[in-house]
Design a protein around this ligand. Structure first.
Ligand code: F6P
Length: 390
């Protein structure tokens, strides 16, 4: 008999239900008697003892359903150790409810903040297994999070739709893509939809480079599509301290970086510029088939860990394998796009502008050769290193 508490925390995303279904179906199929306590609205439910008893039936028919049947909320890690407005110690309250219900473990689905709290609960002695969700794909320890591919589909579709209208009007179109502090979603949706310029937080942009790219395009066509990550930042702003940048954003007359960029481009090029923000549509709706399969697999592997009594892990995905990653290795770390990543170089070789310098046609083959050489050198070095260890 297993008594399992389950919760979804942080921003929702597609395939949260599919992942929970994967956990429960696997446990039930193993003929293990299971009691499931579904905590409502994230850690809040665990703190205040707000839960629903669930059975296998509750997880039927939810594979394709977006959102989360448990509800979710953000419970910031930075205030988790502070008492609530009534003086309640939140960490102690979570432990109290865990022990009161005599739980064997908690299954926690969430992103970065959620994993910090999950790791804290592990340190406090609770049995925890986690699953990596977020459309941002910024969770350390896993190559992929569920929700990400579904969001890539939606953002891609948004940019695809913009393409025809941008071409008809010869306009510059900026599509602002979610992703918080990282550019995975923008990079992938931008490439999938043939954006001409892709701006991500990891590669601060130079306005003059963007203007030059728009002018270059005018030789062949009069429209330009720019995929801008919500966290994109200019080279000048990247030099500011965190505090100075926060103040700049607060005082800015623009609702986001895209609108500031639009005003600057319109002024410098004289072209009409429009901004589209798909926003939370990127987190909504049914999970794409990839995410349904991926989340089900992760859920099933989480159940396997529970059946074996192995706790303190996130079930992740590394080098095309499902793996268990110790929570202490995940918590508090961000996985961002490396400006040197192969995918970024490939995009540049195709002529996509990242706002950090133009890779001229004649330089592309040279860059490809250099890249090949450096990865060969890297491989040779690592096989020599392996040889040494062996
Ligand atoms: O982490 C997912 C995410 O959608 C980010 O891409 C975005 O910055 C943020 O959440 C939006 O948060 P909220 O739903 O609280 O507005």
């Amino acid at each position: 008999m297993k008594r399992i508490g389950m919760l979804t925390s942080g921003g929702d995303c597609q395939a949260l239900n599919a992942a929970m279904r994967g956990v429960v179906k696997t446990l039930v199929h193993a003929e293990e008697e299971v009691e499931i306590y579904g905590f409502l609205d994230g850690y809040k439910g665990l703190i205040y003892g707000d839960y629903r008893m669930l059975s296998g039936k509750d997880f039927s028919g939810i594979l394709t359903k977006g959102g989360t049947i448990l509800g979710t909320s953000r419970t910031p890690f930075k205030t988790i150790k502070e008492p609530d407005e009534n003086g309640l110690d939140k960490v102690e309250a979570m432990k109290h409810n865990y022990y009161k219900l005599n739980l064997d473990c908690l299954v926690i689905l969430g992103g970065n903040g959620t994993h910090k709290t999950a790791n804290l609960l592990r340190e406090e002695g609770l049995n925890v297994v986690t699953l990596p969700k977020t459309i941002d794909n910024d969770l350390y320890g896993t190559d992929m999070t569920f929700g990400f591919q579904s969001a890539v589909d939606i953002a891609t579709n948004a940019i695809d739709c913009i393409h025809t209208t941008a071409a008809s009007h010869s306009r510059v179109f900026i599509v602002e893509v979610m992703g918080h502090k990282v550019g995975w979603l923008t990079l992938n949706a931008g490439m999938a939809s043939g954006a001409d310029i892709i701006l991500i937080p990891e590669i601060p942009y130079d306005l003059d480079e963007i203007i030059a790219a728009i002018e270059r395009r005018k030789k062949n066509s009069h429209f330009t599509i720019i995929a801008v990550a919500e966290g994109a930042i200019s080279k000048e702003d990247a030099k500011l301290s965190k505090k100075e940048y926060a103040k700049k954003l607060k005082d800015s007359p623009y609702p986001s970086v895209s609108y500031e960029l639009a005003a600057q481009i319109a002024e410098k090029t004289g072209q009409e510029v429009r901004v589209t923000v798909p926003g939370h549509t990127q987190r909504g709706g049914s999970p794409c088939p990839y995410d349904r399969v991926f989340a089900s697999r992760l859920g099933s592997e989480a159940a396997n860990l529970i059946l074996k009594g192995e706790y303190g892990f996130m079930v992740g995905y590394k080098d095309r394998e499902i793996v268990k990653v110790p929570l202490e290795e995940v918590a508090g770390k961000l996985k961002s796009v490396s400006p040197d990543a192969r995918i970024v170089q490939e995009a540049k070789m195709m002529g996509i502008c990242f706002g950090d310098g133009y890779l001229a046609k004649e330089e592309a083959p040279k860059a490809a050769k250099e890249k090949e050489k450096s990865s060969k050198d890297g491989k040779e070095k690592s096989s020599k290193d392996k040889g040494k260890k062996g």
